[in-house]
Ligand binder design. Structure first.
Ligand SMILES: C[S@@+](CC[C@H](N)C(=O)[O-])C[C@H]1O[C@@H](n2cnc3c(N)ncnc32)[C@H](O)[C@@H]1O
Length: 314
């Protein structure tokens, strides 16, 4: 056992919106520690296909699969490959899909995974195998690419200052550890009133870039919604504004709530005649005060849900 654990965020709310029914088939794109998966399987005698790109998460699933024989299937893969992963298993229709985005506490709290500025470890940040590490990015990309990345993916206002400090330091000595990088960031970014660590935004940016997270979310929402049967629900929990912006825009388009005719389409030719989805959350659902107090990771969480409409008669 690793000794780490993950407290699921908005789990009960996610399961309520997913509304699992006996005999139906569901999908969990972010298996993690299996907290959502267990709650879904306990809510109804349904089947659950779960995916995680992290082999350690999939390995944790092996024991859980034994507890739900024939009902839980855990696959290793990325949420941008849902259609292919499920088609290979003969699954082409889902009655609901859930995503609890971002990193798990198993990943963040394990110094060896290199996600954390609190625990020193190798500058890695890969959720799965294969991709480039944070160390490669920090030690090789140009100052302007680095500044853009920190600004766009971390919303770091001091992005140029941080990028210059990183490039100046790596000329003398390459970065190898999270503590080393965090120290350089802290030396050029003053803490603000929020009290959050000045390295937070830059670490978020690097993690998103290393794992190409935003492109995966876009692809996942499109693929999962294409697999949903009428009445099927899509439930997404996001943890920062970049994730939530993608989810919000996707849901608005799918439910016909996107802003009206654009100057690129003045006649509304591309507007959907009848939206395929109905929003279930006019405003995002957020954790209760008690959940946020008990679990600081929950503080920025937002849940959005929508439901596939019944097929219209031809
Ligand atoms: C917040 S955790 C999920 C926790 C889970 N709901 C639970 O209750 O234990 C997110 C998980 O999603 C996985 N993940 C994130 N992005 C992914 C992607 N693009 N493809 C596949 N898995 C991803 C991470 O590896 C991590 O294990």
């Amino acid at each position: 056992m690793s000794g780490f654990s993950h407290v699921p965020v908005l789990r009960d709310e996610a399961v309520k919106f997913l509304n699992p029914q006996s005999g139906k088939t569901y999908f969990d794109g972010t298996f993690g520690g299996g907290g959502y998966a267990r709650a879904i399987l306990d809510a109804a005698a349904c089947t659950l296909w779960a995916v995680d790109r992290d082999p350690a998460a999939v390995a944790r699933g092996v024991e859980m699969v034994k507890k739900y024989p024939g009902r839980l299937h855990v696959l290793e893969g990325r949420i941008s490959e849902i259609c292919d992963l499920l088609a290979a298993e003969g699954v082409t229709r889902l009655d609901g899909a859930v995503f609890d985005l971002g990193v798990s506490s198993y990943q963040i709290d394990d110094a060896a995974r290199g996600f954390s500025f609190r625990h020193d470890g190798p500058l890695d940040m890969r959720m799965g195998g294969g991709e480039k590490t944070a160390s490669v990015l920090v030690n090789t990309v140009s100052v302007s690419e680095l500044a853009d990345m920190l600004f766009q993916l971390g919303e770091e206002k001091a992005s140029r200052r941080v990028a210059k400090a990183i490039v100046a330091r790596r000329a003398a000595q390459k970065f190898e550890t999270t503590a080393d990088l965090a120290g350089v960031i802290r030396s050029v970014v003053r803490p603000d009133k929020s009290g959050i660590d000045p390295a937070t935004r830059s670490f978020q940016a690097l993690r998103i870039a290393v794992n190409d997270e935003l492109a995966d979310i876009e692809a996942a929402l499109a693929q999962a919604s294409s697999l949903l049967a009428p009445g099927g629900r899509l439930v997404v929990v996001s943890f920062h504004s970049l994730e939530d912006r993608i989810v919000k825009r996707f849901f608005a388009n799918a439910s016909g709530r996107a802003p009206g005719a654009s100057r690129h389409d003045p006649a509304g030719l591309n507007a959907q005649a009848a939206p395929m989805f109905r929003l279930l959350t006019a405003r995002p659902v957020v954790p209760s005060d008690s959940e946020s107090r008990a679990n600081p990771r929950a503080r920025s969480a937002k849940l959005r849900a929508m439901e596939r409409r019944e097929e219209l008669a031809a």
